[in-house]
Design a binder for this molecule. Structure first.
Ligand code: SF4
Length: 324
């Protein structure tokens, strides 16, 4: 699944020139240019290099190449076509590219602060809304509220779901414990209200890279958790030989089970708030209208309660939390 903004073009360029300026075939005025006619003999760059070569009817230093460029970028950068190299632009990874998201989804239907309608979609991928929380139906969910998007070629993206994003509201800093080659569990460390929270994806991925843009702008994590706020990209370790999806998505919650699980998690969070949290003395509300927990709950909790909340809902191995 290639990005719709990826374009291919044939370009001409001069190998005798000190600067390799590429001219797209579509922009050439072939009938009047010097390089593709015998008039090239008047070109100083060609004259300096032609030596004893026989005179041809076009410049021997005029070459061409097939290149790719991004039509969503403000300035086109031509890159030689190489179909053997993995690329975000020629895979489902383009769905997490900033330029793609800004151009194809400028309204950001996945942002938790936006109105999201049941059945809204990005690139034909369906999202339902469960108790006010958007739940993309094409994702699989880990019990600690991380999502996995696994493409058919085994490439994966991992992030946090909108439930976690709404509970923490604001993340002050993000760092990444592990990224690089070899199989490993991706781990991110968030600082929320002065407390560090380790978020561990339950399965190993290979060739893990982190979305390092989040270090400079952590707000993307909770503003667009299913898009620009993605955390990790990697490859399912079972891509070579084993059945697709056997490892990275094992035990994750998907499809209608995911919608049911989000309903149950909303109930568990309400129960946690009602049982463990006294009404704040400053009058701030932790329960919004309709009994739903108010967004940004983490910012209103004391350290011990905040750690208890993290352990209960976002730790990879709490004894009390198992998907039904
Ligand atoms: S850079 Fe982004 S928007 Fe441009 S072609 Fe690649 S994936 Fe698409």
């Amino acid at each position: 699944m290639s990005c719709p903004f990826l374009r291919e073009e044939n370009v001409k360029y001069c190998v005798a020139s000190a600067f390799r300026k590429m001219i797209p075939e579509s922009a050439r005025d072939a009938g009047h240019e010097r390089c593709s006619s015998a008039a090239y003999r008047d070109c100083p760059a060609a004259a300096a290099k032609v030596g004893g070569r026989p005179i041809a009817d076009r410049c021997p230093f005029l070459d061409d190449a097939d290149v790719e460029f991004c039509a969503a970028a403000p300035v086109a950068t031509y890159v030689p076509v190489n179909h053997s190299l993995p690329s975000r632009c020629t895979s489902a990874g383009h769905l997490y590219c900033d330029l793609y998201l800004a151009t194809a989804d400028p309204g950001g239907v996945h942002r938790t602060g936006s109105v999201v309608f049941p059945g809204s979609s990005r690139s034909g991928r369906r999202t339902v809304v469960v108790g006010g929380i958007p739940v993309p139906a094409y994702l699989s969910y880990a019990p600690n509220h991380m999502w996995l998007d696994r493409a058919g070629d085994g490439r994966c993206h991992v992030g946090i779901d909108a439930f976690l994003a709404e509970v923490v509201g604001r993340v002050d800093a993000i760092s990444f414990v592990r990224s690089g080659r070899g199989a490993a569990q991706p781990i991110a460390v968030f600082t929320v209200n002065g407390v560090e929270m380790h978020l561990v994806f339950p399965h190993e991925l290979e060739d893990v890279t982190a979305n390092t843009c989040l270090r400079a702008d952590p707000s993307r994590l909770t503003a667009d958790p299913y898009g620009a706020g993605w955390l990790f990209a990697g490859v399912d370790p079972t891509t070579n030989g084993a059945p697709p999806g056997a490892a990275a998505s094992a035990g994750l919650i998907a499809g209608e089970n995911a919608a049911r699980w989000f309903v149950a998690e909303g109930g568990r969070l309400r129960a946690f708030v009602q049982q463990r949290i006294e009404p704040p003395a400053d009058g701030a509300r932790v329960m919004a209208e309709g009994g739903r927990v108010a967004p940004g709950l983490a910012a209103r909790l004391e350290r011990d309660l905040l750690i208890a909340l993290f352990n209960e809902f976002f730790s990879p191995h709490p004894a009390s939390r198992r998907p039904s």
